[in-house]
Design a binder for this molecule. Structure first.
Ligand code: NAP
Length: 454
């Protein structure tokens, strides 16, 4: 049985789930299509009321949802609570702003009146990952539902209870039955759903191979997709930076969610002048992190979400070390039950090793030393990914160069890359296309309809 809750802290299988039968899937697709026909006619005021209720449910029951997340994928509980709070925030953001973001836009032409009207597309399939099992879903669902679309969620196979809990939240909030449905199924059925004429579009957050597959199937059907894929974000520190703050944020940026974040800083590119000091203090802080039971408030690093991820991370480190990388700390699985991997720092990393050119989805930091800003930018851009980038410098001319020359969907100056409901989020290159969040996010799954009146 592939859909299961397996506690990553103990390795124990807690519950398994049957995949939807063909008949159940058919019912859900038809329900989505039927619901869309009426739901699209609801007013912004009605949708706002429903989404605010969803926000209130999240806030009231945040302990319950956080614990569920931690149980299924091992996120340290403090981060899990923050994730639920952020889901409530994105609901409130779109409840308050969707109408403004989707208001008619008048454009002067030779017509008596011409304008653009934004209209929903229909049922949207959301293929979602386990790493932020609530946040990733809510940041799709809140704008999609406010725009008048309906959602079909194919969640990752290791978080089925999170999927069902999210469906319940929307039901409890009062959304019509077919407005947001979880489809308990493995990825093999995704193709059938993308080929179904009732499904209008798709969004996928996940790995590059999954993105390629979904986009090519949807492409054949001429259906719009948004892809939020992996990253190997650079974190650059120049000599004029506040080093203490940069190091503290560097540790946090690499180890958030036990290192399993698409926008986690993965490659630390440090100016030679400050490199020795950075390396020493960064390694000390990585060694000081508290690893253990993710249900404990004080835990900073929990287990990796699945046994397979643990194996992948261990293999990537081992192969990189065999190619010549040096381990400054860590580099091993912990000798205890569960999928625990030591916070690890590598240096002297060969250019073609996995640590250099692949996404490492665990608490493993790669340090690189550079002699100039030009070298820093060239190294930062020497990746197939382009999600986020952080650059630390107090020199305005350097800041401007980083903003202009880093190839990524976002650049954060003197801060770590993070998502914010108000700001667009997404990548370029193999990190995907399209944007979530903010005004750009809600415009992805709408028909931008031109209206011309003589
Ligand atoms: P994943 O293996 O690609 O899985 C993501 C989702 O895609 C799951 O629901 C999975 O279903 C499904 N899937 C996998 N292969 C598929 C295929 N060939 N066709 C259709 N669906 C398929 O990724 P993950 O390990 O869960 O998540 C980690 C990845 O997500 C990392 O690369 C991370 O950087 C990326 N991510 C990106 C963002 C962003 O915003 N850019 C945010 C978070 C995570 P099953 O579970 O059933 O296989």
């Amino acid at each position: 049985m592939s859909l299961a809750t397996i506690n990553p802290t103990t390795g124990e299988t807690l519950q398994t789930f049957e995949e939807l039968s063909g008949q159940q899937l058919e019912q859900k697709l038809q329900r989505a299509a039927d619901t869309f026909r009426s739901y699209r006619k609801t007013s912004f005021a009605e949708r706002t009321e429903l989404l605010l209720r969803a926000a209130a449910i999240l806030e009231t029951d945040k302990q319950k949802y956080s614990r569920l997340m931690t149980l299924e994928m091992g996120k340290p509980i403090k981060g899990a609570v923050q994730e639920i709070e952020k889901c409530a925030l994105v609901c409130r953001y779109y409840a308050e702003n969707a109408e403004g973001h989707l208001a008619d836009q008048v454009i002067e032409t030779n017509a008596t009146r011409s304008f653009v009207r934004f209209q929903p597309l229909g049922p949207v399939l959301a293929v979602m990952p386990w790493n932020f099992p609530f946040w990733q879903v809510f940041r799709f669902a809140a704008p999609a539902l406010m725009a008048g679309n309906v959602g079909l969620l194919k969640h990752a196979s290791n978080v089925p209870q999170c999927a069902l809990a999210i469906e319940n939240i929307f039901q409890e909030a009062g959304f019509p039955n077919g407005a947001f449905q979880a489809l308990l199924m493995g990825s093999a059925l995704v193709e059938q759903i993308l080929n179904d004429p009732r499904v209008a579009a798709a969004t996928l957050t996940g790995s590059e191979p999954a993105g390629r597959s979904v986009a090519s199937i949807a492409g054949k059907q001429i259906k719009k997709t948004v892809l939020e894929l992996g990253g190997s974000d650079p974190f650059i520190v120049m000599p004029s930076a506040n080093l203490e703050e940069a190091i503290t944020q560097a540790v946090k940026a690499r180890t958030i969610n036990s290192g399993q974040s698409c926008i986690a800083a993965k490659r630390f590119i440090i100016a030679a002048k400050i490199y020795p000091e950075f390396e020493k203090r960064f390694v000390e802080q990585m060694q000081a992190l508290k690893i253990g039971d993710p249900m404990q408030e004080a835990t900073e690093i929990g287990p990796l979400a699945t046994e397979q991820i643990l194996k992948d991370v261990a293999d990537q480190v081992q192969t990189s070390v065999a190619a010549g990388a040096l381990v400054l700390t860590g580099g091993r699985k912990l000798q205890r039950a569960g999928n625990f991997y030591e916070p690890t720092v590598l240096t002297n990393i060969p250019a073609d090793s996995p640590a250099s050119c692949e996404e490492v989805f665990g608490p493993v930091a790669m340090l690189f030393r550079v002699d100039s800003i030009a070298q820093a930018i060239a190294l930062a851009n020497n990746t197939s990914f382009g999600l986020g980038a952080a650059a630390w410098t107090s020199d305005p001319a350097e800041q401007e160069r980083f903003i202009n020359e880093l190839e990524s969907g976002s650049v954060f100056i003197n801060g770590m890359v993070a998502s914010d409901p108000r700001l667009p989020f997404g990548g370029i290159k193999n990190s995907g296309y399209g944007r979530e969040l903010g005004e750009f996010g809600i415009r992805e799954f709408v028909n931008v309809k031109t209206v011309w009146i003589a």
